[in-house]
Design a protein around this ligand. Structure first.
Ligand code: ATP
Ligand code: MG
Length: 654
């Protein structure tokens, strides 16, 4: 399968594939290099990506965006209320998690966030498959650094539902930093360069500090502001105009979802214009109650509106530097990505906090997707990529807990905050029987709002106390794996055994007999069973979602094909009618002409009447009915053309 990297943005996703020549950004069906992160539902089908965006304003109640924000979001989290304000469809609590309620195929439906993200990923997969004409299965998915085990598992589940194999879930900014390390040609060989990578997107803001040298990257520290991005700017602008229009036009735009959404869309445009100009007009025709609104905004005014946000810009930087154990002046460069960093006041503030000019070495919009595709290629058995080593940093401390038995503790902080991953550690427990062990975040208060601390539970069975011992010595190989998941890789019993060991004697000559001694050593005597219970979806639920997704895709496909056949029929009617009076005129008998003209008229009437909403089979049948006569005439016409060509050639050769 072609290595596939996805930057799952909250505003839009960028997808990249790795080829032998390098990494390519994949364009979508309308040749855009990013695809809106939107899933819309209709009476017949879903509209995902560009089509969802096109229909958004007319289908607000059934359009879902901000997918990345609600993925596995607990319904009792304070963030659930925050997200509700950004949604135009009802955000509901389904089995404790955020889900969207929409009307689809004429019925009220609730889709879980995992299903929604899966729908979107499936669309991205389709875009990549069409463009590369290859098989897209393996994916490296980039997610925010603040995604916990819960969200990471959900992201992987969403991949599975979309028929993708998540070879790795990677932190977004880390992916961009990998791209920097791989593609920058002038990196030092010895002493690594210390680089701050800053990403401010649509909804969140991340800073990661990396040590980069040729062929190697280590993330030294990361921090984030989960609620800082372009959408907060848009909202501030929209709110400003909502107040202004109340005063000026006596309309309450907040009470009119469609109107408010148009203001929000215009606010985003205005914000972008203000990144280039110091002042910009703001006009919307008939925004509500047939009122046209007209106003303007200056860059200074915008800056004033978002001041509370800008005043927070230093926080993640300071935190990340602290984790990294560095000061801003230790940094060799500050690399900036993400759409929101195009805002001049954001750039100015960043440069002030770092105390140095910003660099734009990376492609602001595509760096994450490219890095992710490269990482996916690293895992590919078929594609050879240049060797690159990278280590990420663990954002939240994790402790493993068990009930005390013969050992003297009942927990251990195995993966501290700031530790590197991937990483493997060995825990030794002294047990008299089967037991359970659980992983939890050590400090729930340091997690994103409302995250539950539980990560996973394992039942370890098969414990037998060896003869002559009070307890079995159990070794657990625990892992913070490359995707950031917390796992137990293996569990086994060791026993002290007498083993023969070669005595090292540096003076021994080759002809000397080797000398052995008997030593006591811990050797593995038995593998234990591990039963995992974690935050990933149960297999049966996953299978059900996978099947449902397949059905919805088939439905969408049928609708698209039906539409295609309908358009083909319409075009054929016009084409045939035109030609019948023109080039085909001499090749049809008067009876044929009359018959065909009537058939064309009838078909046209049908198409604009009851046939406006018919089936694919019907459109094909109608087409073929016309073509059975049309092709006969066309055949005669073509034969005549061929005859003329032959004559011409004969003349030229003569
Ligand atoms: P996130 O990383 O938060 O999940 P994302 O990756 O989808 O979101 P980006 O694509 O990095 O976000 O950035 C999109 C944001 O950047 C949008 O809010 C958009 O309005 C904003 N943006 C894009 N171009 C400009 C510009 N020229 N001036 C100001 N803002 C811009
Ligand atoms: Mg982003």
């Amino acid at each position: 399968s072609t290595p596939f990297g996805v930057d799952l943005g909250n505003h839009s996703a960028v997808v990249a594939v790795a080829k032998n020549r390098g990494i390519d950004i994949v364009v979508n069906e309308v040749s855009n290099r990013s695809t809106p992160a939107i899933v819309g539902f209709g009476v017949r089908n879903r509209s995902i990506g560009e089509t969802g965006k096109t229909q958004q304003t007319s289908n607000l109640k059934n359009t879902v965006d901000n997918l990345k924000r609600i993925l596995a979001l607990n319904a009792d989290s304070p963030d659930f209320e925050v997200e509700k304000k950004f949604f135009t469809c009802p955000l509901v609590d389904k089995d404790g998690y955020a889900a969207a309620q929409v009307r689809y195929l004429g019925k009220e439906e609730q889709f879980t966030s995992v299903q929604l993200v899966a729908m979107y990923l499936n669309k991205l997969k389709d875009i990549a498959a069409k463009e590369t004409k290859g098989n897209i299965t393996d994916i490296c998915l980039a997610v925010p650094v603040w995604y916990t085990e819960q969200q990471r598992r959900a992201a992987a589940d969403a991949c599975h539902i979309a028929g993708l194999n998540p070879v790795r879930v990677v932190n977004e900014v880390t992916a961009a930093a990998v791209g920097y390390g791989v593609f920058k040609t002038d990196l030092p060989e010895e002493e690594p360069k210390k680089v701050a990578f800053v990403d401010i997107g649509h909804s969140s803001y991340t800073v990661s500090i990396g040590a980069v040298k040729k062929g190697e990257l280590r993330i030294l520290g990361s921090a984030y502001d989960k609620h800082f991005g372009g959408r907060d700017f848009d909202k501030a602008i929209a709110e400003h105009f909502a107040d202004e229009f109340k005063e000026k036009y006596k309309i309450d735009i907040r009470s009119n979802p469609k109107g408010y959404n148009r203001v929000l869309a215009a606010a985003e445009k205005l914000k972008k214009v203000l990144s280039a100009n110091s002042q910009a007009p703001f006009n919307i025709e008939s925004v509500m109650n047939d009122v046209d609104v007209s106003s303007q905004l200056t860059r200074e005014e915008l800056e004033e509106m978002v001041k509370p946000l800008l005043d927070r810009i230093h926080v993640p930087i300071e935190k990340a530097l602290e984790v990294a154990g560095l000061k801003a002046e230790d940094l060799d460069s500050v690399e900036v990505i993400g759409g929101c960093t195009r805002v001049p006041s954001v750039k100015t503030r960043l440069a002030e906090v770092f105390g140095k000019p910003l660099s734009f070495t990376l492609n602001q919009d595509e760096a994450i997707a490219k890095g992710a595709a490269f990482i996916c290629a690293m895992h590919s058995p078929t594609l050879r990529v240049r060797p690159f080593k990278f280590e990420d940093i663990n954002s939240f401390s994790v402790t493993y807990y068990w009930d005390k038995d013969a050992e003297d503790t009942d927990h251990l902080e195995v993966f501290p905050k700031g530790g590197v991953f991937p990483s493997t550690k060995l825990i030794t427990l002294y047990r008299t029987s089967d037991f359970e062990i659980e992983a939890k975040y050590t400090h729930p208060d340091q997690l994103p709002n409302g995250t539950r601390p539980e990560i996973a539970k394992w039942k370890i069975s098969g414990v037998e106390v060896p003869e002559g011992q009070d307890s079995a010595i159990c070794k657990l190989k625990v892992r913070n794996d490359p995707s950031g998941f917390f796992t137990i890789e293996s569990a086994y019993i060791v026993e002290e055994k007498e083993v023969k060991e070669l005595v090292e004697n540096p003076e021994a000559k080759p002809e000397d007999e080797p000398e052995y001694k008997i030593v006591k050593k811990l050797v593995k005597t038995k593998d234990l069973n591990i039963e995992y219970e974690g935050l990933a979806l149960p297999k049966d639920v996953l299978a059900e979602f996978f099947e449902q997704e397949g059905k919805m895709v088939a439905e969408d496909k049928l609708v698209a094909e039906t539409e295609d056949r309908k358009n083909a029929l319409e075009e054929y009617i016009y084409e045939l009618r035109g030609k019948l009076e023109d080039q085909y005129a001499d090749f049809a008998s008067p009876e044929e002409k009359e018959k065909l003209s009537k058939l064309l008229m009838d078909t046209e009437e049908w198409l604009y009447g009851e046939g406006d909403d018919s089936t694919k089979a019907k459109y094909i049948a109608k087409y073929e009915e016309l073509a059975s006569i049309g092709n006969l005439i066309k055949g005669r016409y073509n034969a005549k053309q061929e005859e003329l060509r032959q004559e011409l050639r004969a003349k030229q050769e003569a």
